[in-house]
Design a protein around this ligand. Sequence first.
Ligand SMILES: [Zn+2]
Length: 417
Amino acid sequence: MDIFIKNITLIDGTGRAPVSDAVLQIRDGKILYAGLAAGLSAAQEAVTLNLHGQFVLPGLIDAHVHLSGSGEVDSQFRADNGAMALKILSNAQKNLAAGITTVRDLGGWNELEFVVRDWIQRGEFAGPRMCLAGRFISITESGADYYEGMYRVADGVNEIRKAVREQVKHGADLIKIGVTGAVLVENGEPGATHFNEDEIQALVDEAEKFGRRVAAHAHGAEGILKAIRAGVHTIEHGTYLYQNPATIRLMAERGIFLVPTLKVGWDILLAKDSNIPEWIIEKNKATQGEAELSLNMAYEAGVPIAMGSDVGTPLNFHGENSLEIYWMQQAGMSAIDAIRAATGNAACALGWDSWLGTLETGKAADLIVLDSNPLDDLRIFGDKKHLQFVMKDGKIVACHPDHDLSPQLFVEKYLSI
Ligand SMILES: [Zn+2]
């Protein structure tokens, strides 16, 4: 039976202007029609939801999360395996309830995220689609001890190839490499390049053999350039990109995505009486303006941008991910492009754009319904009372827990006979 969602303003995730008086037709979990109501041909047997002018967007895609972290102030994610599996599941479900229907996890824990993904796919639990990197492949450094369970240390070409093979064996959809130092590692130097060129190239080549994309954690300009030359697909953070406009041009030419992760810095800098360690606050003070400048320059140069909140980091809570869309706008992106970064463009960054990310014919029917126009104020993405319900594969899977109505009652509220 088809589902019709009518009387909506459609923001389809392609970057096109909103369409009012639009309708969606859904069949077998996929979009059959999306556009002006006038363009729809006669209906078969159907369920019709009349949304009375509300706003419908694609389910949001967060291209950079850590399901194993819950916003701990010291960025210490550790838990025993049983507790960690439940923590990953709980965090995954918070994403879904907030309209994040797809997450790309760039650093899991003891391979437990693969188990959680399997149980969600089997239908045992509700949860978002999960694109998983497995472990963060790093050189020998202090971060590997701090994030034990998340890191896979590999030095030299042979160890790196083995580390990639391990992630693929466990079921990784992509490979994550720490090309430079990190902000959230004490004594870590974010500008310093960690891996040598031959090591980065070996990782990309090995990933490519298995058809896996590569996400490069990279702050420093030199490391970013080495990662791009080796053929990675996304640059995570890109904090010091502004120092090298030629690198920005190269990213634009090659269509390499920047995932700027601005929210992580804002949550730390705007926190009051948080007990966040001083070293974390000081390091973020130093880098936040630079990260914003880098996003602005990359956006102006035509580098494709994907939304990544880095949720899991200090006070950066699962379910609040989509405030990243607002922070990207504050750094210079237009509202419609910031939304595109969290929908159509994010799907491109994952390599899943042929079937996900926009509300167009043939794509998966993942969508969210908002009672206000997000283009007027992107902060409504972070204000749960505006989120009416969340659909994944054409089924209503969540509404925010703060609502009095269950998903079933939401359907009844809008059901039109
Ligand atoms: Zn991260």
